[in-house]
Design a protein around this ligand. Structure first.
Ligand code: 4AD
Ligand code: MG
Length: 467
């Protein structure tokens, strides 16, 4: 269907008319397709607000009633109806430009039980109708920013010479070692086996399989030939964390860089975050302005300050001291050796540093097996990037490149070495110092939009108890 994008019309109506006039058969008539977001009528005129998904703003269509019989436009009035309208563009004081209707074709009628009748629905209500949420301005803005952010991420790594690799979704190895993998099976629900081994042997892969929690281990293997790689794909965690920041299916960006230590990878992570925030600022002004009106006050000022300031860096040991001296009553008590909880992370980044902060050199016992062991024998060269409003968005580390030390860390955790044979080969054959990180894509999206709940960043969120 030949039609004009509303974005082009609203952005520059004059130029649009000049340059596109010849493209349409209908001389000066401009065809527009979209969904009716609202409509209203007075005695002589009816108005349709049309949105086609190309921008957040609607195009107002003006129907001069006495030029039509009612039956010609009546079916276009209900909210949610899809239409193709042609008309002439006329200047309007309030909207810049409006479409004076000449013809209207209803593409799909929309009955009264369409659930999005009101102008404002709560996010809680919208979560009950995820299949219709993209028809709202809120989700149009979220999903478009999701797309822009994805593109900015690829743009950054591609321009920096990273190779995009696709790591498997179905895997046998639990990267984080936290046992939060979803199982993948074709065994019947009542399949039996004398032992667990026999049960898995009868399964599709002849072995226990699951959905990946991280592409890191396979990413490291690719980096061992390509030098600098990144992954960008879905990851899955069967965590029973029913919070506003946890999803069972989320997307992760995981670069892996050879010949880089912890400081090098922190520099890359900081440059990367600044670059993608800058991209969003350059490409999503309408959406950012909209989110500011939705409760994210000062969003753009905050994002500009992210781009223009150095991130803070503090060691875990110093962070613990800051928390202990804070005089604050935390729900989870603080002492050296405990994992930082969201309340601690948010206190550090929101009240102490007031900007993104890398916390470095965590105790070995609370972090994953693959992290480089520091000479002190009790910490690892790992860092989490914490940001105001969210807490952790990046998990990062230099990797243990020494075969013997890596095996020792795995044995200490009781991990089955045989299952990690290929991973260990990377340390056996020409091992190199290397580092990488994982950015949680939805948390990053929350950070740049001000969206408060991860369920509102995903088209169809998967969380514990909800598919
Ligand atoms: O800190 P995590 O567990 O680190 C890893 O998976 C490493 N293998 C990454 C690497 O070094 N290549 O997860 C990385 C990030 C977290 O900082 C967080 O932003 C996000 O992934 N994340 C989640 N996001 C949404 N829902 C969940 N359940 C998440 N779990 C982690
Ligand atoms: Mg982490």
């Amino acid at each position: 269907m030949k039609h004009a994008d509303i974005k082009d019309i609203l952005n520059c109506p004059a130029r649009f008319l000049e340059s596109n006039r010849d493209s349409y058969d209908l001389e000066d008539l401009v065809p527009v397709c979209g969904w009716v977001r609202t409509s209203r009528e007075s005695k002589n005129v009816a108005f349709l607000e049309i949105n086609d998904g190309t921008c957040l703003r609607n195009l107002q269509v003006v129907i001069i009633k006495d030029r039509f019989s009612r039956s010609e436009y009546e079916k276009a009035l209900p909210v949610g109806t899809s239409v193709c309208v042609t008309g002439t563009l006329v200047p309007s004081e309030k909207n810049g430009v409006e479409l004076l209707m000449e013809t209207v074709q209803v593409l799909g009628e929309c009955p009264q039980d369409f659930p999005l009748q009101k102008k404002h629905h709560t996010l809680e209500y919208l979560r009950t109708i995820p299949h219709l949420r993209p028809r709202t301005r809120y989700f149009e803005a979220v999903l478009r920013m999701r797309s822009t952010l994805s593109f900015a991420i690829h743009e950054y790594f591609q321009s920096e010479g990273f190779v995009y690799v696709h790591t498997p979704i179905i895997t046998g190895s639990d990267c984080e070692g936290a046992g939060e993998m979803f199982r993948v099976t074709t065994n019947a629900w009542d399949a039996k086996g004398e032992t667990a081994e026999e049960y898995y042997r009868k399964d599709f892969f002849g072995a226990k399989a699951g959905l990946t929690v991280s592409g890191q281990l396979e990413g490291e293997m690719a980096a061992m030939g390509l030098g600098r790689i990144y992954t960008f794909g879905p990851t899955f965690r069967a965590e029973h964390s029913n919070t506003t920041r946890h999803a069972a299916e989320f997307w992760q960006i995981e670069p892996e860089v050879c010949f880089a230590d912890l400081n090098d990878i922190m520099d890359i992570a900081e440059d990367f975050i600044k670059s993608i925030v800058n991209s969003v600022l350059g490409n999503c002004q309408d959406e950012l302005e909209y989110f500011e009106g939705q409760g994210a006050k000062g969003l753009r000022a905050r994002l500009y300050s992210v781009v223009h300031q150095d991130f803070a860096r503090v060691s875990y040991t110093e962070a613990i001291q800051i928390l202990q001296k804070s005089g604050k009553e935390f729900k989870y008590p603080v002492e050296w050796g405990v994992d930082l909880q969201t309340e601690h992370e948010r206190y550090l980044t929101e009240e102490v540093f007031k900007k993104p902060v890398f916390v470095t050199d965590y105790p070995m016992d609370i972090k994953a097996f693959y992290m480089k062991q520091n000479p002190d024998g009790r910490t690892v060269a790992a860092t989490d990037l914490l940001v105001p409003g969210i807490g952790e968005i990046i998990g990062c580390s230099e990797r243990e490149a020494d075969y013997g030390k890596l095996v020792a860390a795995m044995e200490k955790r009781g991990m089955p070495l045989e299952a990690y044979r290929e991973y260990l080969d990377t340390r056996k054959y020409g091992s190199v110092p290397h580092s990488g990180f994982g950015l949680g894509f939805e948390r990053m999206l929350m950070y740049v939009t001000g969206v408060q709940n991860i369920r509102d960043t995903l088209l169809f969120p998967r969380t514990v108890g909800s598919l």
